[in-house]
Design a protein around this ligand. Sequence first.
Ligand code: 13P
Ligand code: ZN
Length: 274
Amino acid sequence: MTKVTDLPFVQSFIEVCEEGYRKGWHERNGGNLSYRMTAEEVASVQAELNEEQSWQPIGTEVPKLGGEYFLVTGSGKYMRNVKKDPENNICIAKLDEPGENFKVVWGLKSGGRPTSEFPTHLMNHEIKKELTQGKFRVIYHAHPANVIALTFVLPLEDKAFTHEIWEMATENPVIIPRGIGVVPWMVPGGREIAVATSKLMHQYDVAIWAHHGVFCSGADFDETFALMETLEKGAEICVKVHSMEGKRQTIPEQGFIDLARDFKIDLNQDFLNL
Ligand code: 13P
Ligand code: ZN
């Protein structure tokens, strides 16, 4: 029988943890990752699942995710350790039918629970599942240094952040056409920040948490990781430009319109200075 950890979706999950760590986005236990499993994937691991653990409250309610299974990193676990010991650092969590409680059915062998940001992950999953007719399955939270640095100097506004990142590389508006949402500083780990983030996920696939990190969402692991990578590279260029006394020239506003036309992207016009 194939081991859970050998399955392709588990391997891809582990790869993101590893790559993100190598990028420097996951100091200590920083950051977390979750994946909404398909019915086929659940069936393929069913024999390995242990239903004995008791239900625990999620801390919010996600009725549209009732009965679903998630592969998710453990709270306090280090991304650096996921590849060498997946069964002790990640888990499969099953939700009850009302979407109010979860139980760990695989993994976290020496104990533990899913990430403290599970409420935000699940509320984002619920919104994305509905908006994309089930296509989006990945939610990723990381602590990339340049994005965090920018939250100390740019206004904490969706338009200001989006426009700045769009300017930093011609491909950025193509990759992040709807834009980037910004959550002001809040205490992490609870329902309040989950509600604030999921509101932004109605409009965007990327939300920045001021002075903390980033949440990204996508259909698969490659797409979601690429979003984080693109945003962080844009932020790195921005930090370099600011360190060199700021912009002396940039992409003209008409340039964004021409780009949207030629690349056939639905660029968020509200974030242009027309
Ligand atoms: P967890 O270890 O609970 O996943 O928390 C890490 C983190 O980044 C909190 O925002
Ligand atoms: Zn965090």
